[in-house]
Design a protein around this ligand. Structure first.
Ligand code: ADP
Length: 427
């Protein structure tokens, strides 16, 4: 049996986001954290989750190439490099360097790049990325702790990350003409020396037209939106219900390390409604204090069916202050390490239903738990499903910072406990 699609995601929430869309499209999907250590059987798609978005570009390239080689060795001929729907990256990468390395490996003459996910409000017009009705550079993403996005022009952003290739644009007018026109434009761009192009997509139809053009190409670079269209193009049929997961049990907890506007609102809402919450202070972590023990002591007497929240989530001015004292990368890593330790401690104390908010934060927590595979289940909100890990046995949802409505935390546990999908279509 051939695996129709091999995916490499540059963070863990991105991996569950894409896996969620592929499952909704009728594909059987396995999500592995890192390169699988054993063959994966009876699946239509594999999503390899890496934590490679903000690491050194050279290391991100090595990890991504290793994943791609593993996928190739297991019969995969189509690779989907999943990037963030807000194109989160630093001026050095890692979207550009990884894309070029994958193109060399796969001998891909041309690669379309589109982070669009219209269902979640991410659209691209004339190469500019919009978050809802705001340009990316006007959105709260301009203040991200690790990957502030201050330019909405993706042609320019991606070009700055590339060594050897030029970036072009396949604009809305061309996309509207359909798959053949997109393929023609791709050919013309390649002839003109542009081997990579940002592709406009303002709605799902645009992604379907792109999928019609690129379903046989060796490499696409995209957010999770294209996954829905690509799966359909490859002959899979959408299913209203995602795969059922085992019945949940055990204590419930939320770990939040995202500082996005959406997560700040979700944390504030949870606390305003009387949820029990413990704040981990990034300044104290940056000063070398151990905050994990105190957090676990606090949590120990409160664990039960109602979720508790442990959060480092803070407003941009608070984040900026911690960063100015200790450096952005350093404080980010310390916060991630503390939240990962707390997560392991919570699971050791009986937490079996866990929400983690934040992409980097999720990577740190999943790695600390030693989770190597996830089954993807019910969708809570666009881009965010519940997942199940067998070892350790627990239900876990990894929420990208930007995703979910203001009541996301309540929505999450309501979906899990009721077993019915997608109460929320809010973004
Ligand atoms: P998102 O999905 O919103 O991008 P991430 O978890 O990927 O969230 O990134 C958030 C980063 O901010 C992490 O590295 C996290 O450790 C860091 N962080 C969290 N809280 C704070 C804080 N109070 N001060 C500084 N950095 C923080």
């Amino acid at each position: 049996m051939t695996i129709a699609l091999g995916c490499i995601a540059d963070d863990f929430t991105g991996a569950t986001d894409l896996a969620n869309n592929l499952v909704r499209s009728g594909m059987r999907v396995v999500l592995t954290t890192g390169i699988p250590d054993a063959p994966v059987k009876k699946v239509d798609a594999i999503v390899v989750a890496l934590k490679s978005r903000t690491i050194e570009p050279q290391r991100a390239v090595e990890m991504s190439l290793a994943a791609a080689r593993w996928l190739q060795a297991h019969g995969v001929t189509r690779i989907y490099f999943k990037v963030c729907s807000t194109f989160d990256s630093t001026p050095h990468g890692n979207i550009g360097p990884v894309t070029e390395a994958l193109m060399d490996l796969l001998q891909a003459p041309f690669v379309p790049v589109t982070p669009a996910f219209p269902e979640a409000g991410r659209t691209i017009f004339n190469g500019h990325l919009f978050v809802g009705d705001q340009l990316l550079s006007d959105s709260p993403m301009r203040k991200h702790p690790l990957t502030p996005m201050t330019d909405a022009n993706l042609v320019r952003v991606l070009q700055a990350q590339l060594q050897a290739r030029r970036v072009g644009l396949i604009n809305h007018a061309t996309v509207a003409l359909g798959g053949a026109a997109i393929a023609e434009r791709a050919h013309a761009l390649t002839e003109a020396g542009c081997a990579i192009a940002i592709v406009d997509a303002v709605d799902d139809q645009a992604l379907q037209r792109l999928a019609a053009a690129c379903s046989e190409w060796p490499l696409v670079v995209a957010g999770s939106g294209l996954g829905l269209a690509l799966a359909r193009r490859l002959g899979f049929t959408e299913r209203a219900e995602a795969t059922a997961l085992p019945v949940p049990s055990g204590a419930a907890a939320i770990i939040s390390g995202s500082c996005s506007a959406a997560t700040n609102a979700q944390v504030a809402n949870f606390i305003a409604r009387g949820g029990q919450a413990y704040r981990v202070d990034a300044m104290r972590l940056a000063a070398g204090e151990d905050c994990a023990t105190a957090a676990l002591d606090w949590a120990s007497t409160r664990l039960g069916a109602d979720p508790i929240l442990v959060y480092a989530t803070a407003a941009p001015d608070v984040v900026a202050q911690a960063q100015s004292n200790a450096g952005a990368q350093n404080v980010g890593e310390r916060v991630e390490a503390a939240l990962a330790t707390i997560t392991s401690g919570l699971v050791a104390r009986g937490v079996r239903r866990l929400v983690v908010a934040g992409g980097e934060t999720s990577g740190a927590c999943v790695n600390a738990l030693g989770i190597d595979r996830l089954r993807v289940g019910l969708q809570i909100a666009p881009g965010v499903p519940w997942c199940h890990s067998q070892n350790p046995a627990l239900h876990i949802s990894l929420k990208s910072g930007n995703f979910g409505g203001p009541d996301f935390f309540d929505d999450a546990f309501a979906v899990l406990n009721s077993g019915s999908a997608d109460r929320s279509t809010k973004v």
